[in-house]
Design a protein around this ligand. Structure first.
Ligand code: RNT
Ligand code: ZN
Length: 413
């Protein structure tokens, strides 16, 4: 018997159908963020500076500097990642043929090359307007700016972005998640906390006015940003209330955007009670929203469990959001994405119905026992089989391909 066959038999003792778990995993798309490849720089300005209270640290050589480089690196990464993939783009990754367009004048044509890229790789596209790294956002005030001229500019950017999202959806025949995250806030204790929130509500209402096919709209909350420690306009309460009261707008949960003892895993079933979609940004916050590469840690597994055991594979839209500039960026993509998939597989291989029944029967001793025993089931053998079936390296052997790519391509930049 192969190790996989043995693993299957072992899982079957708990009533877990391993083949079915693998089939389910193959169909859970992971939206991979383009911005890990170039430290969230984008293509607008050479040597653009990242603002908005988010930061990449490190200067590992070989970062992508052009659309061609970013696309090549992304293709390398996805060749080593099993399963169904999507790409998550930011408006700052527009590709200008001749003349540069301002953010409020961005058009679908500036993303034509991304459509070609997505078609070539058979992947869907998700999108984000970019409300940072721009002279009109130098004070980190965009949709909430008290300066009308600036606020109007950013509203136009929001509207333009949704039309680009609709273009992706139409071209690619799959939905496009359009996520509005703004950095807006203050470093110091504000004199007015309500005014900015009223302006944000008005700005969002105007952005979401147009009905667009294929676009799934969402807004992302945050607790604080670097240099914006005292106040964030788009707080959890604001964003959740907005989404709850606005038909067709969802609430995106980023697991780096809450107080340290709060967990997104517990927020998923809370939101599933009321929403038919929950977009996610899966990241790893180390002491702050540091956006470290996702590792296979307990909370990631817990998030995956909430998706799987509530049959929410189609409701929870899994996206990634980390950016580490201190390690090989292609490897970062591969490590983080494979870890998200490992977490999902781990969750799919649990006797979830049995565990739930034990909880409902009040048998917390057996539930705890089984939770813990499942941790040493032969999960790795199933993961390897999944990778083999998906035509990607099953173990750490993928890394030598990244090292070769580094030698041949990245090191020459
Ligand atoms: C920032 C948010 C946001 C960004 C990306 C680049 O804290 O998490 O999602 O990371 O849009
Ligand atoms: Zn995020």
């Amino acid at each position: 018997m192969s190790r996989y066959e043995e693993a299957k038999a072992k899982y079957l003792t708990q009533g877990v159908d391993v083949d079915k778990a693998i089939e389910t995993l193959k169909n859970i798309p992971i939206s991979i963020h383009c911005w890990q490849g170039d430290d969230v720089t984008g293509f607008e300005n050479v040597g653009g500076v990242l603002t908005g209270g988010i930061q990449t640290t490190g200067n590992y050589p070989g970062k992508a500097r052009t659309p061609e480089e970013l696309m090549a690196d992304f293709e390398k990464a996805i060749s080593l990642i099993p399963g169904k993939k999507r790409i998550n783009l930011h408006a700052s990754y527009a590709i200008f043929e001749s003349e540069k367009a301002e953010r409020d004048e961005l058009k679908p044509e500036h993303f034509k090359k991304w459509v070609d890229f997505a078609k070539k790789n058979d992947i869907g596209v998700d999108f984000n307007p970019t409300f940072f790294s721009h002279e009109k956002a130098a004070d980190s005030l965009t949709l909430t700016s008290p300066d009308d001229e600036k606020r109007e500019f950013w509203i136009r950017h929001g509207i333009a972005s949704r039309r680009i999202a609709a273009y992706f959806a139409k071209e690619l025949g799959t939905h496009c998640l359009n996520n509005v995250w703004i950095p807006d806030g203050y470093k110091e204790i504000p004199a007015d906390r309500l005014g900015p929130r009223m302006r944000l509500k008005d700005s969002l209402d105007r952005i979401f006015e147009e009905k667009l096919d294929g676009v799934v709209d969402c807004i992302e909350s945050k607790v604080f940003g670097i240099g914006l420690e005292a106040y964030t306009v788009g707080s959890n309460e604001f964003c959740l209330s907005y989404a709850a009261s606005k038909e067709g707008v969802y609430y995106l949960l980023d697991n780096g955007h809450f107080h340290p003892t709060e967990v997104v895993s517990d927020k998923i079933p809370s939101l599933l009670t009321f929403f038919d979609k929950i977009p996610l940004h899966v990241t790893r916050a180390v002491r702050w929203d540091s956006d470290h590469v996702v590792i296979l840690e307990d909370e990631i597994k817990e998030i995956a469990k909430e998706i799987v055991r509530n049959n929410a594979e189609e409701k929870v839209l899994v996206g990634l959001d980390f950016f580490d500039a201190s390690i090989n960026r292609v490897a970062a993509w591969v490590i983080g994405t494979r870890n998200m998939q490992k977490a999902l597989l781990y969750a799919l291989l649990l006797p979830n119905a049995k565990l739930k029944a034990l909880q409902d029967a009040g048998d917390f001793t057996e539930k705890l026992m089984l939770d813990e025993e499942m941790k040493t089931y032969p999960f790795g053998d199933v993961w390897e089989e999944y990778c083999r079936q998906s035509g990607v390296p099953a173990d750490e052997s993928w890394y030598k391909e990244v090292k070769q790519y580094e030698k041949d391509v990245l090191s020459k930049r």
